[in-house]
Design a protein around this ligand. Structure first.
Ligand code: GUN
Length: 294
């Protein structure tokens, strides 16, 4: 039987609808709207397209949105000064610096310069620390938050489930592993995090009731590695070519066509985790506005 396809596009639409109501409530109560600044350095085509989508979504929700594009040769000090300006701007509740940054700029320094209470990307070490100790004052990183939201909204049982996470990046693998193992709704799972040095990747994947793949390797996970009925979340976005129209051809980290015949539920690429990341960014910005204004 073919798996249920978990549509991130549909879930994003539902979340944005919920947020629209919150934006209206903030406006009614405080006479203002959530404020987000997106800082883009240079013209990396992938970054430009991600930022364009974030800005469009923020404007569509009625946010106060500043798109602050800076040249590739901006100095680190200039960028830090810009962040400081937005840290001190009361109309801004969320600051996003699109990554990667040019090589002459220290990303860690830039991320830690953002006020943790405006770090709606959830990348600041303070927010990662808050996440580890289960402090809800922090912002969860958007992609892991989106993954967890998809698992919950798809009706997958997480309590006691065997979760296997393939990949150990700071922005996906590590945080989602911690989040799924926490106490609480959409968590309480038994988590194994595997990576390139893991001895028998296949054996681990085969045990997974929930398999989360964030390795950045096209077709890494073979259909026979999937436990029948498992929920499969494919975080990979791999450019595997260009369509005649010029549009990028994308593939996930899982062999989707065959995997969907074995899995119980599976996310597509594109249209899976990607749209959820943006929805979570908007959700964090709304949450930040409530906290700053209240
Ligand atoms: N680059 C790729 N993904 C992201 C993201 O989620 N946030 C930021 N700031 N940069 C990114």
């Amino acid at each position: 039987m073919s798996a249920e396809i978990i549509s991130g596009t549909q879930m994003r639409a539902a979340i944005l609808e919920e947020l629209r109501g919150e934006v209206a409530a903030i406006k009614e109560k405080y006479g203002t709207v959530p404020g987000l600044v997106t800082i883009l350095v240079g013209e990396n085509p992938a970054s430009v397209s991600y930022v364009t989508l974030k800005v469009k979504t923020a404007l569509d929700l009625g946010f106060h949105e500043i798109q602050d594009n800076q040249p590739e040769d901006i100095t680190e000090d200039e960028l830090l000064a810009l962040i400081e300006k937005y840290n001190n701007d009361p109309s801004i509740h969320g600051i996003l610096v699109q990554l990667p940054l040019p090589k002459h700029i220290d990303e860690e320094k830039v991320i830690t310069a953002i006020d943790p209470d405006k770090d709606v990307d959830g990348f600041h070490p303070v927010n990662l620390g808050r996440m580890v100790i289960g402090d809800t004052k922090g912002f969860l990183p958007c992609t892991p938050a989106g993954i967890q939201e998809m698992i919950v909204r798809s009706g997958t049982e997480t309590s006691g489930a065997e979760v296997v996470v393939v990949g150990r990046s700071n922005i996906v693998g590590k945080p989602i592993s911690i989040m799924m193992g926490q106490k609480g709704v959409g968590a309480n799972s038994t988590v194994t995090m595997v990576h390139t040095r893991t001895k028998d990747l296949e054996a681990h994947c085969k045990r997974a009731d929930i398999l989360i793949v964030a390795a950045g390797v096209p077709n890494l996970v073979k259909p026979e590695w999937i436990k029948p009925g498992a929920t499969v979340i494919d975080v990979g976005v791999n450019r595997i070519g260009t369509a005649p129209s010029g549009k990028a051809l994308l593939s996930g980290d899982v062999e989707f066509d065959k995997a969907k015949e074995i899995a119980g539920k599976i996310t597509p690429v594109p249209g899976g985790v990607g749209p959820m990341t943006i929805a979570m960014l908007m959700k964090n910005t709304v949450a930040s506005a409530w906290r700053h204004l209240g």
